[in-house]
Design a binder for this molecule. Structure first.
Ligand SMILES: Nc1ncnc2c1ncn2[C@@H]1O[C@H](COP(=O)(O)OP(=O)(O)OP(=O)(O)O)[C@@H](O)[C@H]1O
Ligand SMILES: [Mg+2]
Length: 290
C-alpha cells in the first residue's frame, strides 16, 4: 500500500499557550516496496509524522491516505476501518521491549494476534506466534521463557514479533536499533532487510539518527527539520548535500567525509556513499592510475 501525505499539519495542545506546531505542511509519498528512512534533528516531527500513519494521531489538517484509506475522512465508515489499518500498518515504538508484559514470550506475541483476531482458535494463534518468532530469528526454545530472562536484543525482537504477528504490509519502526551494541544493530538491520527482501513485509519505514545506517539500508529518505520536510529522495542525492546536512546538524555517512577529504588532496570519487560502492570506486581509481 502506498502512503501519501499532502500538507499534513499537526499542533499539540492546540488553542492553549503550550501549543507546539509539530508538523507544518508535510507532503510526502512513500511507495509500496520501499525501505524508507526518516531522519531529522530531535524534535523535528519524525515521531509525530509516523504516528499519523496508523491513526494513533488523527489527521487534523491536510490529507493522508494509506492504501485506499483516506485518514482525513471523518465519516464513521472510515473510522470502522481503523482496526484493519492498524493490522496492516504495524507500529514499533522506540524501546518497545519496555512494553512486554506477559509471563511468557508466547503469551506476549499471542496478545498481539488475539487483539486483531479475537475469534481465532488456539491452533491459529500457535501457528501465527511461531511464524512471527521465526521471522525475527528467535529460536523456538525461548517461547516459554519469561521475556525478562532474555537479552536486550532478544526482547526487542519479541516486541517486533508482537507487531509482525498480525501480518502487516507496512512495518514502521521508531529508532529500531537505538541502545543496541554495534553487532546487535547490524543483526537487527539484517533481520529487517530479510523481512523486506522475502516480501514478508512489503514496506519498511524507519526513523533513524544514524546517517550510515540510512545510507546502507534505505531506498529512499526524507529529512525533517522543524516540522517540515527539507529534502527527500534517494540517499545518494540527499547525502550529496553535505553542507546543508551539516547545517542541519545531521551530517552525512562516514564515506561522505572521506570523499570530502580525498577531494581536498585532489582525488575525485563519485560514489553513492555506500561502503561497498565507495570501496569499489577507490579500487577503480587505483587501477586507472597504474
Ligand atoms: N505529547 C506531546 N505533547 C506536546 N508536545 C509534544 C508531544 N510530543 C511531541 N511534542 C513536541 O512536538 C515536536 C515534535 O516532536 P516529535 O516527538 O515528533 O519529534 P522527533 O523528531 O520524533 O524527535 P526525537 O528525535 O527527539 O524523537 C517537538 O517540539 C516536541 O517537543
Ligand atoms: Mg521521536
Amino acid at each position: 500500500m502506498r502512503i501519501v501525505a499532502e500538507n499534513l499539519t499537526f499542533t499539540y495542545n492546540k488553542k492553549s499557550k503550550f501549543a507546539v506546531d509539530a508538523l507544518k505542511d508535510v507532503s510526502l509519498t512513500i511507495e509500496e516496496g520501499s525501505f524508507f528512512g526518516i531522519i531529522g534533528h530531535t524534535g523535528s516531527g519524525k515521531s509525530t509524522f509516523i504516528q499519523h500513519l496508523n491513526g494513533i494521531i488523527p489527521v487534523s489538517a491536510g490529507k493522508l491516505t494509506v492504501g485506499d484509506i483516506n485518514l482525513a475522512d471523518k465519516k464513521k465508515i472510515v473510522k470502522k476501518r481503523y482496526k484493519e489499518l492498524r493490522s496492516k500498518v504495524g507500529m514499533v515504538f522506540q524501546y518497545p521491549e519496555y512494553q512486554l508484559f506477559a509471563e511468557t514470550v508466547f503469551e506476549d506475541v499471542a496478545f498481539g494476534y488475539r487483539n486483531f483476531y479475537p475469534n481465532s482458535t488456539q491452533e491459529e494463534v500457535k501457528r501465527a506466534v511461531f511464524n512471527a518468532l521465526s521471522m525475527v530469528g528467535l529460536v523456538h526454545d525461548c517461547i516459554n521463557k519469561s521475556p525478562l530472562d532474555l537479552s536486550g536484543g532478544q526482547k526487542r525482537r519479541v516486541a517486533i514479533a508482537g507487531v509482525l504477528v498480525s501480518n502487516p504490509e507496512v512495518l514502521v519502526l521508531d529508532e529500531p536499533v537505538a541502545g543496541l551494541d554495534p553487532i546487535g544493530k547490524n543483526e537487527l538491520m539484517k533481520m529487517l532487510h530479510s523481512l523486506h527482501g522475502s516480501g514478508a513485509v512489503k514496506t519498511v519505514i524507519i526513523v533513524s539518527h544514524d546517517m550510515d545506517e540510512v545510507c546502507e539500508n534505505c531506498t529512499d529518505v526524507a529529512v525533517f527539520s522543524e516540522g517540515k520536510i527539507v529534502f527527500s529522495g534517494k540517499p545518494k542525492d540527499v547525502f550529496r548535500r553535505s553542507e546543508e546536512m551539516n547545517g542541519l546538524r545531521l551530517g552525512v555517512p562516514v564515506t561522505g567525509y572521506l570523499i570530502d577529504e580525498l577531494k581536498n588532496i585532489g582525488v575525485q570519487i563519485d560514489s553513492d556513499f555506500t561502503r561497498e560502492d565507495f570501496a569499489k570506486k577507490i579500487a577503480d581509481y587505483y587501477k586507472n592510475i597504474k
